[in-house]
Design a protein around this ligand. Structure first.
Ligand SMILES: O=P(O)(O)OC[C@@]1(O)O[C@H](CO)[C@@H](O)[C@@H]1O
Ligand SMILES: [Mn+2]
Length: 443
């Protein structure tokens, strides 16, 4: 019998001084306060749209959120969800699972339970605050911030769209080496695009200000695991082996709206235009999540904004991308699983339909920090543990994480690599300055 090795402990607020601890103590309450402020600021709008009923709903939502903030700050037990949204049962089963794990050592609570669980739980309760309060039940409290990030990144978006449209003009004439160079560039733009997330900055501006294509060279040393060559081999081999019947499909498990989403669109368009892929499937969130994550509304809104932009190349991108959706070569999906507290090792059991669908892909690109935490179970892994091992049997298809480090977990490093950076930059895992392009071949 193969030895069963115990998994390391999950990150948690119970480790005082850890990033999880500071997040729960400071950053999450700050996000709740901002959420409440946003509702306050929209009071008049709710009144104009829905009359007194809108204002009453806003008051109820605010009192629900204030209660939530108080529960968090006083480390109260995590309570079952009381709404009847379709995922409520799964959440409550997960709470029971956490209760069993705690082995009678007290109820699951904000600072004592795994960080991943309580942080996801907070976003699910924010969703409940609105979803349970019609007529404002469809209001996305994070929408404004996401739109602002998009507008403030306008310069970077123009630079990227312009570069890309120029590239498209002669993409057919590029040889394999040139194609590879362009692929690496756009992959890195999408990687560093992950710096722009609003949960990390607790809602403060985190737009892309400089041109995303300059400085790529200078930033290569900050890619701690760089498997770009492996990705390229996979894609170019699939392209060269392709027959008419077998299509190459790439899935992008999206993270943030705003500049990051545009960088993902450009990468996806490049994959089709270079014939490295025939279809790209995008996976978004079905409820507002971690402040800046992409929902279906954000996805469609972004393409519409680009189309309507007063800039030739931006609008050309928007028009082409709308066309890709119409032709069915780009497909948007959401699934409840992405906004559950489970890490991905339980996807096969909790969401077998999603797992089976991902198995049909040639390559899964997981964007961002939260996806990395869910891939690796958000645990206190030794830095040298192989990525494949940390995935803990989650191997639906070849996969790659494109992530800037914004939480203190990292696997797959060379011996001594983590310690070396730690010595000069203690904040290396949470500063967003470092990134990984980390690949696992599945088998
Ligand atoms: O997934 P993303 O957008 O890259 O990052 C999400 C994030 O900002 O939220 C958490 C902190 O509260 C961390 O996991 C991470 O830093
Ligand atoms: Mn995010």
């Amino acid at each position: 019998m193969a030895a069963v090795t115990a998994l390391p402990l999950p990150l948690s607020g119970r480790f005082k001084g850890s990033f999880a601890y500071f997040t729960i103590k400071d950053r999450l309450p700050q996000i709740l306060t901002r959420t409440i402020d946003t509702l306050h600021r929209h009071k008049n709008e709710f009144f104009e749209e829905h009359g007194e009923k809108g204002v009453e709903a806003e008051k109820r939502a605010i009192s629900f959120l204030s209660k939530l903030r108080n529960e968090l700050q006083t480390d109260k037990p995590v309570t079952p969800l009381e709404d009847e949204l379709p995922d409520a049962t799964l959440w409550n089963q997960y709470l029971d699972y956490q209760r069993n794990l705690s082995n009678g050592n007290g109820e699951p609570s904000w600072f004592q339970s795994p960080w991943l669980y309580v942080e996801c739980y907070m976003y699910r309760r924010i969703h409940a605050a609105l979803a349970q309060n019609p007529p404002i039940d469809n209001f996305d409290v994070f929408k404004e911030g996401k739109a602002q990030n998009f507008f403030e990144s306008q310069g970077a978006i123009i630079a990227l769209c312009t570069y890309f449209q120029e590239l498209l003009k002669n993409i057919k004439d590029l040889d394999e080496k040139q194609l590879q160079e362009e692929f690496f560039k756009l992959l890195q733009v999408s990687l560093w695009g992950n710096k722009c997330d609003l949960s990390f900055s607790a809602g403060e501006d985190s737009s892309q200000k400089s041109s995303p294509l300059q400085c790529l060279e200078d930033m290569v040393p900050f890619i701690l695991v760089n498997d770009m060559e492996k990705l390229w081999s996979l894609l170019i081999n699939a392209k060269n082996r392709k027959t008419d019947k077998c299509k190459v499909r790439v899935d992008i498990i999206l993270d943030n709206a705003g500049f990051e989403l545009v960088s993902d669109f450009v990468l996806a368009d490049f994959l089709l235009s270079s014939k490295l892929a025939d279809e790209v499937h995008f996976r978004g969130k079905s409820i507002p999540w971690y402040v800046s994550d992409t929902t279906k509304n954000d996805f469609n809104w972004t393409i519409k904004q680009l189309q309507a932009a007063n800039h030739m190349w931006m609008s050309r991108c928007g028009i082409n991308w709308e066309g890709n959706l119409k032709k069915g070569v780009w497909v948007y999906h959401d699934h409840m699983f992405w906004t559950l507290p489970h890490d991905f090792s339980s996807m096969a059991e909790v969401a077998p339909d999603l797992y089976a669908d991902l198995q049909k892909s040639n390559l899964l690109l997981f964007k961002g920090d939260l996806n990395y935490r869910k891939l690796t179970g958000d645990r206190k892994w030794e830095h040298t543990v192989p990525f494949h091992q940390a995935l803990n049997k989650f191997h639906p298809a070849p996969l790659c994480s494109l992530r800037t480090l914004k939480s203190d977990t990292q696997v797959g490093l060379k011996p001594g690599q983590g310690e070396e950076i730690q010595a000069s930059e203690p904040e290396w895992m949470i500063s967003g300055k470092y990134g990984v392009v980390q690949f696992d071949a599945a088998l």
